[in-house]
Design a protein around this ligand. Structure first.
Ligand code: ZN
Length: 181
């Protein structure tokens, strides 16, 4: 779930004075499309912009919105919302590092499974290379034993995850996230 930001005076803005109701509705739908799909630059493809709302004639609505300065329409029909910054999360709240973190996590997981623990995090892996690694880790932990294909690794019980369950869980998450992009 994401949220569209609208200030309390938004509906009273003079910019809407000469914009018919249905066009205002289409504008809000454009704003929400950008917000919902993380288009923080306010750019929408022509086809997406047309089907944002249920208006019978979105093209005319968008020419009204363009005349009011609420949107810019390119020669290819692509739409830009110059005021999108007001409605999408501020940069500090955008999770743009998510992909990068996932990549690092996947790499760490691969190395761990191969027995290379140089990038493992001490709180998750007893063999992680850290200052506290002076204490010898428990011998022969079954790192790979639970990583069998086709076995559900969804651990919803109260028992704490073992290291291998934790990694398997991370692995599954990564696959889920990648496949919907
Ligand atoms: Zn490790």
């Amino acid at each position: 779930m994401t949220w569209t930001r609208l200030d309390d005076g938004w509906t009273d803005r003079p910019v809407f004075d000469d914009v018919p109701y249905d066009c205002r509705w289409h504008y809000l739908c454009l704003v929400q499309f950008c917000s919902r799909t993380s288009r923080y630059d306010g750019k929408i493809r022509a086809a997406d912009a047309r089907r944002c709302s249920d208006l019978p004639d979105p093209v005319t609505a968008m020419s009204v919105l363009a005349a009011a300065g609420l949107i810019e329409v390119g020669t290819d029909g692509a739409v830009t919302l110059p005021k999108i910054e007001e409605h999408v999360p501020p940069p500090s709240l955008r999770d743009e590092g998510r992909k990068e973190r996932q990549r690092a996590e996947k790499r760490r997981s691969r190395l761990h499974i191969r027995g290379d623990h140089t990038e493992c995090l001490p709180e998750r892996c007893p063999k992680a290379v850290s200052e506290e690694s002076a204490e010898p880790s428990s011998p022969s932990r079954p790192v790979l034993s639970r990583l069998r294909p086709g076995v559900s690794t969804d651990v919803s019980t109260d028992s704490p995850m073992t290291e291998s369950e934790w990694w398997a869980d991370q692995w599954d998450r990564e696959d889920t996230v990648s496949s919907d992009n």
